[in-house]
Design a protein around this ligand. Structure first.
Ligand code: ADP
Ligand code: 3PG
Ligand code: MG
Length: 393
């Protein structure tokens, strides 16, 4: 078990470098569309502030190439000020003498938010010198950036090796909930996978097949499974590689005697139809492009969810961004929300779909991670967590 901030003693006056994930989703004009990641970080910040630590927060936002004012963390500091009035300062840089002066001027229980750490290319390169500079700002390092824990960057990995360290409440919560659901599942355990590419999710599906009672497949990846089963898919999204991957998963599911359900009908349109008029069909052929699961499939999946005690869902079941193809994803979100099963949803698009279906607070655990959640579902190690010391050393 990793050392948590609860295990830190006498932190009054100590400088704590807290790596958070304030990479909030943004729309085209640069407005934040969801603040869950920030709100979920507040308990850790509050804990440190209340104990009189000097909290230096470091985060990335987007994937900038050098300085980019549109990806500055300044607006995040304004949001933090609302929660911690009079306690928040902003540093226009991440490392260097100016930042050190700001750190030195911090009073106990106050916060300094550093600028976007990805404005420095040394961050993603996990540059040892940059990690050293980061480490020189603080006495203790705390990683609470679950969403980016699968990256071996200077602020998630390099710096952790140079300071006494611990994980924060958000990371602790994510790891406990997801690993517990995988290792001690409540049965029947139903896993639902969708999204675009089966190759991205093969390891997660294979790992979940070990403990799940049934796996439901929807979204674009379903067509590769259908191909692998010898069904036609018309002009729906697929590739040679993904069919091979799907075949491997089908074989493993069969060998393990697990139920793997594919869609039995689809909402499709004709590729040649400029108006993209939709229709429901049980078979896909010719120019048909499957883009959502159909009503029979929704019913079939709902029945599985209704009987489940635990549901894990990753990946939309159709092209949900398009109103014509959102029904399958939204109905399944509602079914999961209203079921008695313990529910976990992960993946950027899946969480966004659940939110649009207005079911977010009906889900037991909404993961703040995308790639990191998938890695955890794969049973893989996350470098940002592995690097943190164990509790009893
Ligand atoms: P998550 O972010 O939840 O892990 P993914 O990124 O794997 O999910 O997949 C989401 C994408 O998959 C969405 O952009 C969605 O439009 C696409 N998608 C799902 N089903 C289909 C489909 N039938 N045809 C085309 N795209 C699809
Ligand atoms: C995310 O949004 O998934 C995390 O913040 C990680 O971002 P990244 O994929 O740009 O590393
Ligand atoms: Mg996605």
């Amino acid at each position: 078990m990793k050392r948590s901030i609860r295990d830190l003693v006498n932190i009054e006056g100590k400088k704590i470098l807290l790596r958070a994930d304030f990479n909030l989703p943004m729309n085209k004009v640069g407005r934040f569309t969801d603040t869950t990641r920030l709100v979920n970080e507040l308990p850790t910040i509050r804990f440190l502030v209340e104990r009189g630590a000097k909290v230096i927060i470091c985060s990335h936002l987007g994937r900038p190439k050098g300085f980019d004012f549109r990806l500055s963390l300044w607006p995040i500091s304004l949001m933090l000020m609302k929660y911690f009035p009079g306690k928040v300062q902003f540093a226009h840089k991440v490392v260097g003498d100016e930042v050190k002066l700001q750190v030195d001027s911090l009073s106990n229980g106050s916060i300094l938010l550093l600028e976007n750490v990805r404005f420095y290319k040394e961050e993603t390169e996990n540059d040892p010198n940059f990690a050293k500079q980061l480490a020189s700002l603080a006495d203790i390092y705390v990683n609470d950036a679950f969403g980016v824990a699968h990256r071996k960057h200077a602020s998630t990995y390099g710096v952790a090796r140079l300071l006494p360290n611990a994980i924060g409440f958000l990371v602790e919560n994510e790891i406990n909930i997801i690993t517990n659901a995988l290792e001690n599942p409540k049965s029947p355990f139903v896993a639902i996978f969708g999204g675009a590419k089966v190759e991205d999710k093969i390891d997660a599906i294979l790992n979940i097949l070990k403990t799940a009672d049934s796996v439901l497949i929807g979204g674009a990846m379903a067509y590769s499974f259908m191909m692998a089963r010898g069904q036609t898919i018309g002009r729906s999204f697929s590739s040679m590689e993904s069919v091979k991957t799907a075949e491997e998963i089908l074989n493993q599911a069969q060998a393990a005697g697990k139920k793997l359900l594919l869609p039995v009908d689809h909402v499709a349109y004709d590729y040649a139809d400029k108006k993209q008029r939709t229709f429901v069909t049980e078979t896909l052929s010719g120019e048909m492009v499957g883009s959502d699961i159909g009503p029979k499939t929704i019913k079939m999946f709902e029945k599985e969810i209704d009987e489940a005690k635990q549901v894990i869902w990753n990946g939309p079941l159709g092209k949900y961004e398009d109103d014509k193809f959102k029904k399958g994803t939204f109905e399944i979100a509602k079914a999961i929300g209203h079921s008695n099963a313990y529910s976990i949803v992960g993946g950027g698009d899946s969480v966004s779909a659940v939110k649009q279906a207005r079911c977010l607070n009906l889900i037991n655990h909404v993961s703040t991670g995308g790639g990191a959640t998938l890695k955890l579902l794969e049973g893989a190690e996350l470098p940002g967590i592995e690097v943190i010391q164990e509790k009893y050393i």
